[in-house]
Design a protein around this ligand. Structure first.
Ligand code: 5GP
Ligand code: ZN
Length: 120
């Protein structure tokens, strides 16, 4: 999957500002942060989106939540709070087709809006 942006970040072909790494996961600062703390957490395994998560992947997805917990603690937002988001597919605005979760925090976040103004 060498044409995949996040696979290239995993391999080091594209540099990233890493905040956590182990054999199965990588977490790095988002290049266009939407909050004071905005980290992208990915499994190193290439899974295109939540729709492609298979039965063999649910343990991995569970473990990813542990990584989110660790990263939140490491960056000092565990107690103040954070939001963990996955965008899946066009209506959610997914732009990178390698499964990832956004960890957002460091300030009071806006309400979940859901429908964009263009649909209102
Ligand atoms: P999506 O919109 O697919 O849910 O999220 C993709 C995220 O990846 C976006 O928040 C975007 O800013 C981030 N992103 C895209 N390209 C890069 C990159 O080269 N490096 C980093 N660190 N983040 C990226
Ligand atoms: Zn990939």
């Amino acid at each position: 999957m060498q044409e995949c942006l996040f696979c290239k970040i995993v391999s080091g072909d594209i540099p990233s500002s890493k905040v956590y790494e182990d054999d199965s996961f990588l977490a790095f600062h988002d290049i266009q942060p939407a909050a004071p703390t905005h980290v992208v957490i990915i499994p190193k395994k290439h899974i295109a989106s939540m729709n492609e998560v298979g039965d063999e992947d649910y343990v991995l997805i569970g473990q990813l939540h542990k990584v989110a917990q660790l990263v939140a603690r490491k960056l000092g937002i565990a107690e103040t709070g954070y939001r963990l988001i996955n965008n899946c597919g066009p209506d959610a605005g997914q732009t990178v087709f390698h499964l990832h979760f956004h960890l957002l925090g460091g300030a009071k976040l806006g309400a979940l809006t859901g429908i964009s103004s263009s649909h209102a």
